[in-house]
Unconditional design. Structure first.
Length: 238
């Protein structure tokens, strides 16, 4: 609990800083988004990585899809999105995160680089994915997605993909933190008050009508709730 409080405070203070300086812990260099990208959303996933056995193949277990639900909170209380594979687009990108509220807001991306989980090989690697499509309010303006802090999800042992199991699917439980990065347009300029820096980013959206004001309002609300929750947590715990 105390860790969560510190985490929230750190997020509030350092939202404007670069990827290495936020509350996500040490991020391996291999999966850092380019300079200028900052987290817009952090969502906690629970689900499975689903593999199918191809007996005799060089890689006997093929990942066919993840099936995960993403929540606002680490305690997995408020469901906000689903994560899965879809039909690849022209570039081959097929990884999707989609708002569950019917708005259709989603990000589509393809893996760009991976780094082994620092918590051991029983956990799927940490990954940076590059977005090819990003629409709507929750998932609009996303350039990169990170999968970090993974637990589980690794394919079964190759020896378990026997001829008898050819074609069978095994769904392996996992949890992860997904971080959705948006381009702030500035490189490494510290902008301490999240409440004033966030709307500036929203005004750069190339859609100057209704959705813009909605997006701006939501961004302000989000930034304010982060600050309020940090203040609330601090008062509660100090
Ligand atoms: C597994 O199934 C695939 C097609 O479904 C087939 O091509 C392959 O030969 C099978 N492998 C074994 C070991 O039976
Ligand atoms: C979906 O959620 C967004 C906020 O993330 C909200 O602005 C939008 O109106 C919602 N859409 C629907 C169809 O509920
Ligand atoms: C796979 O299973 C075999 C036999 O059970 C075992 O010897 C081997 O160490 C296992 N490999 C991994 C990577 O767990
Ligand atoms: C973070 C990032 O975009 N990394 C790499 C993604 O893939 C391209 C092309 O393969 C690389 O040039 C980037 O450095």
């Amino acid at each position: 609990m105390f860790k969560i409080v510190l985490t929230t405070l750190a997020l509030t203070v350092l939202t404007g800083a670069n990827a290495q300086d936020n509350d996500l812990g040490a991020l391996p260099a291999a999966i850092l988004p380019p300079a200028g990208y900052v987290p817009k959303e952090k969502l906690y996933a629970v689900g499975t990585q689903n593999y199918v056995c191809s007996a005799g193949a060089a890689t006997p277990w093929t990942l066919v899809t993840p099936k995960a639900t993403l929540y606002k909170e680490e305690a997995h209380t408020t469901e906000v999105a689903k994560h899965f594979f879809t039909t690849p687009d022209a570039t081959g990108a097929k990884v999707i995160w989609e708002d569950v509220n019917g708005s259709g807001s989603h990000v589509r991306a393809a893996p760009n680089a991976t780094s082994p989980s620092p918590d051991g090989p029983q956990n799927v690697p940490w990954v940076i994915l590059k977005a090819t499509e990003s629409t709507g309010e929750l998932f609009g303006n996303i350039g990169y997605v990170l999968r970090i802090h993974t637990l589980g999800g690794v394919a079964p042992n190759a020896t378990e993909c026997t001829a008898a199991k050819n074609g069978t699917e095994v769904d392996v439980d996992y949890t992860a933190l997904y971080v959705f990065y948006t381009n702030k347009g500035a490189t490494n300029t510290p902008e301490t008050p999240a409440t004033t820096s966030q709307p500036v980013e929203a005004t750069k959206t190339p859609v100057p009508t209704g959705p813009l004001s909605d997006a701006t309002r939501s961004t302000v609300t989000m930034a304010m709730s982060v600050v309020l929750s940090a203040v609330g947590s601090a008062i509660f715990w100090l």
